[in-house]
Design a protein around this ligand. Structure first.
Ligand SMILES: Nc1ncnc2c1ncn2[C@@H]1O[C@H](COP(=O)(O)OP(=O)(O)OP(=O)(O)O)[C@@H](O)[C@H]1O
Length: 639
């Protein structure tokens, strides 16, 4: 979030909270009046402390009248002792403000939670309700009480002390007031930027913590996919951001300390320096001593407490009040990758920093499941059937992949990524899926792979519905090779035979040859040589994953940009080898050549889809014409 946005958020919270706060106070004039009366006693007390000292010196000790001096000191002492019942009275009245505040906040929190529960739906349950009802309401009450106490104390004490200074000699005010108000204004000016800096520091801290926790959980995948350096780079960026935020916060804290120094210590210094000037204007020694007493005994402690309380309790109170009585958080905004609920209309989602490489099911493929695929059983009618808006032909041999009116939304109120999509891919067919970023290509492969359940409709592979199937069953039906290939520590042979544990040397050798993996295997020291995933380039890791998929007995191969790190020649060779393999191929294409090699192309464009041969797609889809133009003239990757 930008600095301006955070400051705006702060101002917005202040704007939202101020009117109800004003109404709350306006409804309690009696309590406020009684509080003011007790506080007036505090003014008198502050006044008497300095005044008593000044008179004790001038009219008592310096005038040789010790009894009178002691009497004035006794008056000052009584004023100090009188502070205790005053505080008691203040606290009694304070309860008349804090308890209704707590009741009101609890009521509000309960109402809101009930309303959310009544809305129901995926985001309907309000798990934060308990926190709001207990912790947050108590924070609000304590912060509010602290603020009222300190603000009130500062105002009435300062009034007493300033009145006292005026009564001792007006020249004292001329010396004390400028640094005092200057420091106060400086302090007030730091409030907003300091709160924004505090939020930024918290956000940076949370982002860093989140990254560290996710990296720790994903260590194995990071190593296997070779994305460790990327994660480390991101971590370093977050550390830098957190350090910058902490430095900014420290900077504002320094300004605030300076403000406290200016308002708190400078008046004392100014008074000391101005002694000759003040003496020249007839300020007595007693008045000077009284002035110092006002500063040290009353003004400075009140000021210090005020600044600390406003800085900490004020910010806390504002944040918590805004959470409880501010506008309902927009469910669509609060959603996102984390909650699985994108905002309506939201199309672009940042890829997760390190997508977990899907691990193949550890169980060996289930031999009972029929392998319905095979080039011999190709169904040209089904293969050419349109992709959308028309029911696929039924009754023939099971399609390798069949989508029946499939809809997928990532959240209850989110726009669907795929909408009523019908698709039939014949056994042995090679289908290329193309489309701009965020058009749903990966979503489609995950649906077909059975790792994502559709919001509506049915996904079948080899005639079997995939939703809810056990991983071992899914592994027997299909292999999904994602962009970040998964290679684990073990021998080359272990890696290659992972999906086909009974593969013999000849099988492994054939796969190595078909995929053009031989130079790599030789470099590593043969099939029995150990593999350290981090030693392989991303392209080499992809080749290993593709050879593993080539060996798999699953009838359907899903390649989700699984060749993106290969050069065009290696990619063509890999795709040809995989296409020659007995089974069906669904490729998320990132080069025109991939699409041209395929039997058919599925063009995803938002929730629209066009399916046909390369030529048909060129004719029917303006988007495909754009993409091919881009591929021909521009960079090789999908735009
Ligand atoms: N887990 C998720 N939660 C919320 N939204 C998601 C999630 N996964 C994908 N999306 C959203 O669904 C849409 C399609 O995403 P998908 O990754 O399938 O597109 P894609 O065509 O594969 O994109 P790319 O070319 O960038 O890989 C995007 O708008 C994306 O933001």
């Amino acid at each position: 979030m930008t600095r301006a946005a955070q400051t705006g958020e702060w101002a917005g919270a202040l704007r939202r909270v101020t009117p109800p706060a004003r109404r709350f106070l306006a409804r309690r004039p009696g309590v406020l009046a009684r509080l003011a009366l007790w506080s007036l006693a505090e003014t008198g007390q502050a006044f008497l402390v300095g005044y008593g000292v000044a008179r004790a010196v001038d009219q008592g000790f310096l005038a040789g009248d010790v009894r009178r001096g002691l009497l004035w000191l006794a008056i000052a002492l009584v004023a100090v002792l009188f502070g205790a019942p005053v505080i008691r009275g203040v606290f009694t009245q304070l309860a008349g403000l804090t308890e209704p505040l707590r009741d009101g906040l609890v009521r509000r929190a309960v109402d809101r939670s009930l309303a959310r529960a009544a809305w129901g739906g995926a985001g309907g349950t309000d798990r934060a309700a308990v926190s709001r009802l207990t912790n947050q309401v108590e924070i609000a009450r304590d912060s509010f009480a602290g603020l009222v106490l300190t603000l009130r104390s500062f105002v009435f004490t300062a009034a007493g002390a300033l009145l006292g200074l005026l009564s001792l000699h007006p020249a004292l005010l001329v010396v004390v007031l400028p640094p005092l108000t200057g420091g106060l204004l400086l302090f007030l000016a730091t409030l907003r930027p300091m709160a924004a800096a505090q939020r930024r520091a918290l956000a940076a801290d949370e982002a860093l913590g989140d990254h560290a926790a996710r990296s720790r959980a994903a260590l194995r995948d990071l190593t296997a996919c070779g994305t460790g350096p990327g994660a480390a780079r991101r971590g370093a960026e977050l550390v830098d951001a957190a350090a910058a935020a902490a430095r900014a916060l420290a900077g504002w804290a320094a300004v605030r300390t300076a403000a406290l120094g200016v308002a708190g210590q400078l008046p004392v210094l100014a008074l000391l320096l101005a002694v000759p000037w003040l003496r020249g204007r007839g300020v007595t020694a007693g008045a000077l001593l009284g002035a110092f007493t006002y500063l040290v005994q009353s003004l400075l402690p009140a000021l210090h407490t005020l600044m600390t309380a406003l800085g900490a309790a004020g910010a806390r109170l504002l944040v918590v009040l805004d959470r409880i009585i501010g506008p309902e958080p927009d469910a669509t905004k609060a959603s996102g990758p984390g909650t699985g609920m994108p905002a309506p209309g939201h199309r672009a989602r940042p890829k997760p920093a390190y997508p977990a490489a899907p691990r193949p099911a550890a169980d060996p493929p289930d031999a009972d499941l029929p392998d319905a695929a095979g080039p011999d059983s190709a169904d040209p009618v089904g293969a050419r059937s349109p992709v959308r808006g028309r029911r696929p032909v039924r009754g023939g041999p099971a399609a390798a992949v069949e989508l029946r009116s499939v809809t997928l939304s990532y959240g209850a109120r989110a726009q669907p990524v795929l909408d009523s999509l019908d698709l039939r891919v014949a056994p042995g067919e090679r289908l290329a899926v193309v489309g701009p970023n965020g058009s749903g290509k990966s979503t489609l492969t995950r649906l077909v792979a059975g790792t994502l359940a559709p919001s509506g409709g049915e996904v079948r592979v080899a005639g079997r519905e995939v939703t809810g199937r056990a991983p071992a069953e899914l592994a027997a039906l299909r292999v999904l090779v994602p962009q970040e290939a998964y290679v684990f520590s073990g021998t080359v042979a272990d890696n290659l035979a992972y999906l086909r544990p009974d593969a013999d040397r000849a099988d492994l050798d054939a796969a190595v040859g078909a995929l053009g993996l031989r130079p790599l295997v030789e470099r590593l020291g043969g099939l029995d040589a150990p593999v350290r995933p981090a030693d392989l380039s991303p392209g080499e890791r992809q080749l290993v994953a593709l050879a593993r998929a080539h060996l798999s007995p699953a009838p359907l191969l899903l390649l989700d940009e699984a060749t993106c790190h290969l050069d065009p020649a290696s990619e063509a060779r890999a795709e040809e080898a995989l296409a020659r393999r007995r089974g069906t191929l669904l490729v998320v294409a990132h080069r025109l050549s991939s699409a041209v090699r395929a039997d058919r192309v599925l063009v995803l464009d938002g929730t629209e889809a066009v399916c046909g041969t390369h030529e048909e797609a060129l004719e029917r889809s303006p988007l495909y014409r754009d993409l091919t133009g881009h591929w021909n003239g521009g960079p090789a990757r999908t735009p």
